[in-house]
Design a binder for this molecule. Structure first.
Ligand code: ZN
Length: 429
């Protein structure tokens, strides 16, 4: 839910202290504040609404396609024009949130790789996104270029882009990578939760020294195609190697800052500096476990517990699941995570890498817990207000909401056409 300050309070929106409540956080964040005291609600002002309307959100990661598949609901069997309260995403709330462009994730689990159907499942998920744009053609339109995004937004529609989540989808084949590009994929996250023959995940044992020689070849081919290299989910060693390898700016489609919340899915400060040099963008993930320091610590403990249970019951997945559930009941999340935690991550990325290198990658419909005031896709204006409250200018806020990722998309296209030209010159010699 968004807390709106109505039109009659325009003067109030100019008041320097926008927070309600006693323990107002007027300065920079600290771990102590975010973990031990409840920070005040952010109240969205008319000024924030005006800025937000003029700067459509370009979000890096939404898992609606997989959530629909998991729940057995075909796109044709659900009315997204109605509020779908068991989802984070539907059309009325996307509109309220001011979303102008969305990377829809065509995630498929890494288990598809072991069953040799990763590509089939990924193509089916791409079909879900295409179905979405067909069924609601007055709302969504598939975008294949940065120019498409601009045009579609100008038409008042939501530019819909396809992001492949995990290099397992290409089944170790450069030809399949090219096929996915032709199918419309405009980014690929190099790994998901499993290390691959050619790239290491942050959630698994390393097997490729970060990024293997074939992994470097994949990055080069993505540069040539004009597919954005996405470094969410990969190990820090893979992040560093990919950043040294790529000729185009990268994104982290849904990762936050590790210095704020120590979770392996987040981006360490030295990598933020490399991302600044590369021209890339870290699009902050909203998941409570990645955003709130206490929840991140609990999440690390949960992972350790799961590993312990797997060793205790190597052949009994059900037992592992049920005992882990018991552990979760005894060790719940802090219930302290709020939008302020997310803003702390934006501050940190800006502090280390600068305002040109941060964006939003919510992970809506892909995560089980979200910060207070960021419960669904209608809530993005709260971020705009929060940034205003922290002294960001309108120009800076526009960059965070979508300007930075648009710049990266254009630069990736430019690098691609330059590489294609070079190849043509090379082949004519
Ligand atoms: Zn993910």
């Amino acid at each position: 839910m968004i807390y709106l300050r109505n039109v009659f309070c325009a003067a109030a929106s100019l008041v320097a202290c926008p927070f309600l409540g006693a323990d107002v956080d007027s300065g920079g964040p600290s771990a102590k504040e975010s973990t031990t005291s409840k920070r005040a609600l952010i109240v969205v002002t008319d000024q924030a609404i005006r800025i937000h309307k003029a700067a459509p959100v370009f979000d890096g990661h939404n898992d609606l396609p997989w959530t629909l598949r998991k729940s057995g609901r075909a796109v044709g069997k659900i009315d997204l024009r109605m509020n779908q309260l068991d989802l984070h995403t539907d059309i009325p709330r996307l509109r309220r949130g001011g979303v102008g462009a969305q990377f829809w994730s065509v995630y498929v689990p890494v288990s598809t790789a072991t069953h040799n159907n990763a590509l089939t499942a990924t193509l089916e998920q791409i079909a879900v996104v295409r179905e979405l744009t067909k069924q609601y053609s007055d709302v969504f339109e598939l975008a294949l270029t940065a120019e498409d995004v601009t045009r579609i937004r100008r038409d008042g529609k939501i530019a819909s882009l396809i992001g492949v989540e995990g290099g397992h989808s290409i089944e170790n084949s450069l030809n399949v990578l090219r096929q996915l590009y032709r199918e419309g994929a405009r980014y690929m996250t190099l790994t998901h939760s499993m290390s691959l023959d050619w790239a290491d995940s942050c959630s698994d044992e390393p097997i490729s020294g970060g990024l293997s020689a074939f992994g470097e070849e994949i990055v080069h081919e993505m540069n040539r195609l004009g597919m954005i290299v996405d470094l969410s989910h990969v190990s820090p060693a893979c992040m560093r190697k990919a950043l040294e390898t790529t000729k185009a700016p990268v994104i982290f489609s849904h990762s936050s800052a590790r210095a704020v919340a120590d979770h392996p899915r987040n981006v360490p400060d030295d990598v933020l500096l490399m991302t600044k040099k590369n021209g890339g963008v870290v699009m902050v993930n909203f998941f409570s476990d990645f955003v709130n320091p206490v929840d991140a610590a609990r999440s690390r403990k949960r992972t350790a517990q799961r590993e312990k249970l797997r060793q205790l019951h190597p052949d009994d997945d059900e037992k592992v699941t049920s005992e882990l559930r018991q552990w979760e009941l005894k060790n719940p999340r802090s219930d302290r995570c709020t939008v302020h935690d997310l803003l702390d991550h934006i501050d940190q990325i800006v502090k280390v890498a600068g305002i040109d290198h941060v964006g939003l990658g919510s992970d809506y419909d892909g995560v089980p817990a979200l910060p207070a005031q960021l419960e669904d896709v209608s809530t993005y204006p709260v971020i705009t207000q929060g940034l205003l409250d922290r002294g960001y200018t309108e120009v800076e806020i526009r960059k965070v909401l979508g300007g930075n990722v648009m710049r990266v998309f254009r630069q990736v296209e430019q690098v691609s056409s330059k590489l294609l030209q070079q190849k043509q010159v090379g082949s004519s010699e």
